[in-house]
Write a protein that binds this ligand. Structure first.
Ligand SMILES: NC(=O)c1ccc[n+]([C@@H]2O[C@H](COP(=O)([O-])OP(=O)(O)OC[C@H]3O[C@@H](n4cnc5c(N)ncnc54)[C@H](OP(=O)(O)O)[C@@H]3O)[C@@H](O)[C@H]2O)c1
Length: 248
């Protein structure tokens, strides 16, 4: 299962800024026939050649309306997401964790469910979920976000199984920090949004199901068999340094 970008009819969620904006610009540049740029505030969509669609992925009525209006779509890019930079147990409450789960997991699940029949009716097409390196491990800086991205990764794997018979290519995109507004306060290496987008569109054309966009992402994936000894000591050091325990 592979697809060409030229002539594709694509919908990108969260297209008003950051990675989603670069996805829609690049889809236009690479000859997609239709690009729907979905945003909670459609006035954010200003890219020439992109059709604005109002869409909050946590609103079931808006998701259903988008699937009806964009019934010609054969490429869905589930890009919309939020990150609150909160730990799990030490956060004052579970509000951030619930919000991230509602958007990153349940919102993306709603989009997959609504658009699976659309993709099937249009020959199978491609479904892309923008995941994260923290789908695979807990980073204390943003562990509630990581939990939601783990759930979204599980969803991606399940969708791939359920949609294979209708010939839908399901692609999981994993990145460390990306240079977008979401990571504006992060002082760590960041991959460019253009690189993430180019690698993703190339993967769709090659029929590849997984995109590991940067060096750190490839390192973490390779280290998973030894995560407790290779990955977690540095995360523990980071936590201990920022949360010193009072001596008893
Ligand atoms: N930046 C990173 O370091 C990084 C790393 C790995 C993965 N990712 C993932 O990459 C994707 C894109 O993020 P980004 O870096 O471009 O962040 P961003 O600049 O914060 O953009 C996020 C986009 O998602 C939209 N969004 C949030 N909640 C939504 C909802 N309920 N319904 C519809 N749209 C919603 C936002 O729209 P509003 O303007 O309405 O808020 C915004 O357009 C996310 O899935 C993120 O988790 C990011």
């Amino acid at each position: 299962m592979r697809a060409t970008i030229r002539g594709a009819r694509a919908l990108v969620t969260g297209a008003g800024r950051g990675l989603g904006q670069v996805f829609s610009e690049t889809l236009v540049a690479r000859g997609a026939a239709t690009v729907y740029g979905a945003a909670r505030d459609p006035s954010q969509i200003t890219t020439s050649g992109v059709t604005a669609v109002r869409l909050d992925i946590t609103d079931p009525a808006q998701v259903a309306a988008a699937a009806k209006r964009c019934s010609d779509v054969d490429l869905l890019i589930n890009n919309a997401g939020i990150m609150h930079f909160t730990p799990l147990l030490s956060a004052p409450d579970t509000e951030a964790a619930e919000d991230e789960m509602r958007t990153n997991y349940f919102g993306t699940l709603a989009m997959c469910r609504a658009f699976a029949p659309v993709l099937g009716a249009n020959g199978g097409g491609s479904l892309v979920n923008i995941l994260s390196v923290v789908s695979w491990f807990a980073m204390p800086l943003n562990s509630s976000y990581g939990a939601s991205k783990s759930a979204e990764w599980a969803l991606t794997n399940a969708a791939r199984i359920e949609l294979r018979q209708q010939a839908t290519l399901v692609v999981g995109v994993f990145a460390s920090f990306i240079d977008t507004p979401m990571a504006r306060n992060v002082d760590l290496p960041k991959v460019s949004p253009q690189s993430v987008v180019d690698q993703t569109l190339d993967a769709i054309e090659a029929g590849r199901e997984e995109v590991l966009t940067d060096e750190r992402t490839r390192f973490i994936k390779a280290a998973l068999p030894n995560d407790l000894s290779v990955i977690y000591p540095a995360q523990q050091d980071l936590w201990d340094a920022t949360h010193p325990h009072a001596p008893s």
